[in-house]
Design a protein around this ligand. Structure first.
Ligand code: ZL4
Ligand code: CA
Ligand code: ZN
Length: 388
């Protein structure tokens, strides 16, 4: 707060890849890279591209693919990377063999045209954001195409193929001693948690829906890390229907003492937008303002910050949230009325607002006051172990 607003403008860098928005998981698949196109149009429509450093990530131009693959191999297995790389050349039979051997669900993680390129695109864009933080060129670095938190060492999971977050954090660990990873996607950030479960150099915390077979079915309160990583992992399991006030209050009351105790040198915030109300897969009731309030709070801590995307399955709302949050990063409050000549404007009907109200057809909040209070108390107890 002290220096940010008065002495200098927050240095925000916006990292994007023009190609990523063109990929399709398949006609009925809920993950639509098209949402990134909506997001980009909205951000440009509000003129935000003029106040940030723009990094157009281009695999062919700036980036040595060899270098990139070496960074990927710091997390993923050689065998898996080779599988992804050769998908299109392999016979269907060879591909099927790997899917079966590794128990991969190809409904969730289909092999679509240009898949490997898509993976390299969003991963190199996250690495570009990480690089500008490493070089202290920005206070906040943004990649909305990243945040694919489920991918595992040997296999894809839950729409995620390469874990750009783990790959990015491993790169950042070369310069930064302690990194805090916060995940507000409605799904548990299992891939990131697992990768750093044994270390105290990365603290992971995920807020998510838990229970009733909700994917990926991990993220219980009791999962808190092992060995050197014991107590350097937190999980905030929640139930359907949580609203802005309860969510943001819980978020702040946990993140605040956590940052105080852990003292991270950088924060990576996964901003999955499937925690918004009316999401096609999600069952929470956050509004664009409530979701953004979490970003605003993390920014106010004054620690170098990487903002990544993640889930989000109602594309106009995803773009609203990520545009609003790009505004927050730049200390700007965007007017409610959407830009005049916005492409795809009809997607935003009937309100044409950046902050639509949720209306009456939302899910009931199943998180009782006592449940939330008990959860908070138990999490604060966990955080107290850090001092000792
Ligand atoms: C779909 O309609 O819970 C995939 C996935 C494809 C098209 C046609 C195929 C129809 C919903 C989901 C069959 C679909 C069967 N199509 C999908 C246990 C499951 C096994 C697969 O936000 N079936 C698996 C993954 C979750 C499961 C959520 C969130 C990612 C992130 C970060 C990943 N998987 C049950 C589902 C459809 C589909 C419709 C779907 N898959 C909904 N939830 C899942 O955290 C980016
Ligand atoms: Ca989460
Ligand atoms: Zn999700």
């Amino acid at each position: 707060e002290l220096n940010n607003n008065l002495t200098h403008k927050t240095r925000v860098s916006y990292h994007r890849n023009a190609d990523t928005i063109n990929y399709h998981y398949g006609p009925f698949h809920p993950m639509k890279p098209f949402r990134l196109r909506l997001t980009d149009h909205l951000i440009t429509g509000y003129g935000l591209h003029n106040v940030m450093d723009l990094y157009e990530v281009d695999l062919e131009q700036n980036n040595n693919i060899n270098l990139l693959e070496n960074k990927i191999l710091k997390f993923h297995s050689k065998e898996y990377l080779t599988f992804l790389k050769n998908l299109n050349d392999n016979s269907d039979q060879e591909n099927k063999k790997y899917l079966i051997k590794n128990d991969i669900d190809d409904n969730d993680c289909p092999i679509f045209h240009g898949l490997y390129r898509y993976c390299l695109n969003y991963t190199s864009t996250t690495l570009s954001a990480i690089e500008s933080i490493k070089q202290n060129k920005s206070d906040i670095a943004i990649n909305w195409s990243g945040g694919l938190h489920h991918a595992k060492k040997f296999k894809p999971s839950g729409f995620c193929y390469l874990n750009d977050i783990v790959i990015g954090i491993l790169d950042l660990l070369k310069t930064h001693a302690r990194i805090l990873y916060i995940d507000i996607d409605i799904h548990h950030g299992d891939g990131v948690q697992e990768a750093f479960y044994l270390t105290d150099r990365v603290f992971t915390i995920s807020f998510h829906k838990y229970g009733g077979y909700f994917f990926p079915m991990t993220g219980a309160l009791q999962e808190t890390g092992v060995e050197k990583g014991k107590n350097y992992c937190l999980n905030v399991p929640l139930m359907d229907g949580i609203k802005d006030f309860e969510y943001t209050q819980l978020f702040k009351s946990i993140i605040s003492p956590l940052v105080e105790s852990y003292n991270p040198e950088c924060i990576v915030l996964q901003c999955g937008a499937d925690s918004l109300g009316y999401d096609r897969l999600g069952t929470f009731n956050l509004t664009v303002k409530g979701h953004g309030e979490c970003v605003k709070f993390v920014k106010s801590l004054g620690v170098p910050l990487v903002l990544l995307g993640g889930g989000g399955y109602t594309p106009p709302n995803v773009s609203r949230a990520w545009c609003y949050e790009t505004g927050i990063a730049n200390d700007l409050i965007l007017r409610e009325k959407l830009p005049e000549n916005l492409p795809f404007k009809k997607y935003y009907s009937p309100d044409y607002s950046l902050y639509p109200e949720l209306g009456d057809s939302i899910l009931t909040d199943l998180n009782s006051k006592t449940f939330l209070n008990d959860t908070r108390i138990r999490l604060l107890e966990q955080i107290r172990y850090l001092q000792g």
